[in-house]
Design a protein. Structure first.
Ligand SMILES: *[C@@H]1O[C@H](CO)[C@@H](O)[C@H](O)[C@H]1NC(C)=O
Ligand SMILES: *[C@@H]1O[C@H](CO)[C@@H](O)[C@H](O)[C@H]1NC(C)=O
Ligand SMILES: [Zn+2]
Length: 593
């Protein structure tokens, strides 16, 4: 199997096991990186004629600016040095009450969320979250006595640590308490049981260890450590943890959003950090991928009805036959691939080309560097990327026929049949554009099969009753627009980038700050709880600083989330905590946020 086939297979497993309303594959922004590997192989075959590029490619100076590592230098300088030493100790990682023990304890509480859950108070399956809260209160005593804790919709956690200067906008750290359910049939396949929190000397094993108990516990350890060292914030610090991110998110973050908006107001938060990507060894260079964009989401139900009857006297086409023709029509009309200047995927590539290592094929580097000023290079690059279905997921709205239902009996004509077409909407597009694409693709077939056509509540053609049957399109769930893109030329993005570099350069075992990481903005093709928080801040980052210690290549990373054998490298987890601490202290000192 090629690398890309392996990836596709593992992401198919992820999708299949998730079954969420808006599948929340935070880690899937790794996909952008994974592609570089298969791309590498493909280039050998494509041999793009470089003579097409009229000018010799020069890196535009501002294609991917990299700020210097940012360390606390003012009032938080001393505490940062103290904590740097503390977090480098074995006791911090391995000791009683140490980072690994706290994460393992959290993993042992099976906070599963299901797609079919009834509201809090009705469905008893939520009650395990009370156990989780009790655990957190026990192991994070300082956080629970010093910070103000409000529980929203019973299980949503909202911690607030008021800063001395209320005129400064707070910063918001997010995470989620719930985990993807473990399929009972797969329990035997786990190397260590899914809720064991087993530590084998290198990794903590179990559901949630990498998504997102690590983020949630990591943030709380960061806060507890800061408290232990006498830190008092100048800027208010907020942490909010939903509890159904792996389902709809509505009960948790959906409810928290209203409370936070009332408390802090529109655009009232300096920046938001939620789970997301980390650091990946890409073509031999360490790249950090904060996701600044998130694709939109739309599930369309396509339903056909026509008169039933005995199948011994059938019409030319049954509802199932018609539906099949409609689905073929979908697949014959994919969305165009667009690599546009100023888009996040092109920015990701610019960072790779400008700062990436020598393992990047020269022809690709040349094309990427030329793309900002050469139309030929831009189109050629688009053409190359479009051939790879993983890149297409970054550069186009995608559609996938994921459900089909119809017919009950071998000798009865089916009166109704339906399918569900899943769409992930490109940042540059919209829900309206996707609906229009659906309508335009199916209209001719509605006519051909003599069906009245209603799309998203509007009659498009014919009135029901005047035709042989009906075709209706409707949303399966609330549609989600693509997220607004967090601007890259902002103080918040610069602060985040500088903090990533500072944490990385001082990581355990680093050669005294000599190692560097390139920060590249990226797109998330899954969704996170941040979808409810857009109004709070234009600066939303989905980034967890994962893989900072291990420095794995993309093909070595993806298989550990949402599926069997979820686990996290112990040093990676400690680095995550160090990153949170660095970011908190930098944000607290910042006078530009
Ligand atoms: C469409 O179906 C209706 C109802 O069966 C029928 O009256 C009408 O003639 C049909 N139109 C065409 C163009 O076949
Ligand atoms: C790191 O290097 C700087 C100078 O480059 C030196 O002053 C410092 O002592 C070194 N720190 C460690 C921990 O080696
Ligand atoms: Zn998650």
């Amino acid at each position: 199997m090629s690398e890309s086939e392996k990836l596709l297979q593992s992401s198919a497993v992820v999708r299949q096991r998730t079954r969420t309303r808006w599948p929340s594959l935070a880690v899937i922004c790794l996909v952008v990186v994974l592609l570089f590997i298969s791309l590498n192989a493909k280039l050998q075959l494509l041999a793009f004629p470089l003579s097409l590029i009229s000018e010799p490619p020069r890196p535009p100076p501002d294609a991917c600016p990299q700020p210097a590592p940012l360390f606390p230098t003012r009032r938080n300088a001393a505490i940062w040095e103290t904590i740097r030493t503390q977090t480098a100790s074995d006791a911090f990682k391995l000791g009683p009450g140490g980072a690994l023990e706290l994460l393992a304890g959290a993993v042992r509480i099976p906070t599963e969320s299901y797609d079919d859950m009834h509201p809090v108070g009705v469905d008893p399956r939520w009650e395990v979250f009370a156990d989780f809260h009790a655990y957190l209160a026990r192991v994070f005593p300082r956080v629970h006595t010093t910070l103000k804790l409000r529980k929203i919709n019973t299980y949503g956690l909202w911690f607030e640590w008021p800063g001395a200067d209320p005129s400064l906008k707070p910063v918001l750290f997010m995470g989620h308490q719930d985990v993807v359910p473990v399929e009972p049939t797969t329990v035997g396949e786990w190397t260590h049981p899914p809720y064991s929190g087993y530590f084998d000397g290198h990794r903590i094993w179990g559901r949630g260890s990498a998504d997102d108990k690590n983020g949630l516990v990591g943030i709380l350890i960061a806060l507890e450590t800061l408290l232990q060292n006498g830190f008092t914030p100048t800027r208010t610090l907020v942490a909010a943890f939903g509890f159904d991110e792996e389902a709809s998110g509505l009960e948790g973050a959906g409810a928290l959003a209203g409370a936070l908006l009332t408390a802090y107001g529109e655009d009232g938060v300096a920046f938001i950090l939620d789970e997301g990507d980390g650091i990946v060894n890409t073509f031999g260079t360490a790249l950090a991928y904060p996701c600044v964009a998130e694709k939109g989401y739309l599930d369309v139900v396509v339903e056909v009805t026509s008169p039933g009857g005995h199948s011994s006297v059938p019409p030319e086409h049954t509802t199932i036959g018609i539906l099949a023709a409609l689905l073929v029509q979908y697949e014959a009309n994919p969305y165009p691939v667009r690599l546009s200047r100023g888009s996040t995927p092109l920015q990701t590539l610019q960072c790779l080309a400008q700062h990436g290592g020598s393992a990047l094929p020269p022809a690709i580097r040349a094309l990427i560097l030329a793309a900002p000023h050469s139309d030929e290079a831009l189109r050629a690059l688009e053409g190359i990327l479009a051939k790879d279905r993983l890149y297409r997921s970054q550069l186009a709205t995608t559609q996938a026929v994921d459900v089909v239902r119809g017919g009950v009996k071998a000798n009865a004509l089916p009166e109704a049949a339906h399918a569900v077409v899943n769409h992930r909407i490109l940042t540059e597009s919209s829900v309206a554009e996707v609906r229009a694409h659906n309508i335009a693709a199916l209209r001719p077939l509605a006519e051909r099969f003599n069906l009245s056509f209603t799309a998203f509540g509007v009659a498009e053609q014919g009135a029901p009753g005047t035709a042989r049957g009906t075709l209706a399109l409707r949303d399966m769930y609330d549609a989600l627009e693509p997220a607004p893109v967090s601007p890259r030329d902002s103080s918040a993005y610069e602060l985040l980038s500088g903090s990533i570099k500072a944490a990385y350069g001082t990581r355990r075992g680093a050669a005294n700050g000599s190692d560097t990481v390139v920060v590249a903005p990226a797109v998330l093709v899954g969704n996170t709880d941040t979808q409810f928080y857009w109004k709070l801040s234009p600066h939303i980052f989905r980034y967890g600083h994962g893989n900072a210690a291990a420095g794995l290549r993309p093909d070595e990373i993806l298989d550990k989330i949402h599926t069997v054998d979820e686990s996290i490298d112990a040093d990676d987890f400690v680095e995550m905590i160090r990153f949170f601490i660095t970011l908190v202290l930098n944000a607290d000192e910042s006078v530009v946020l």
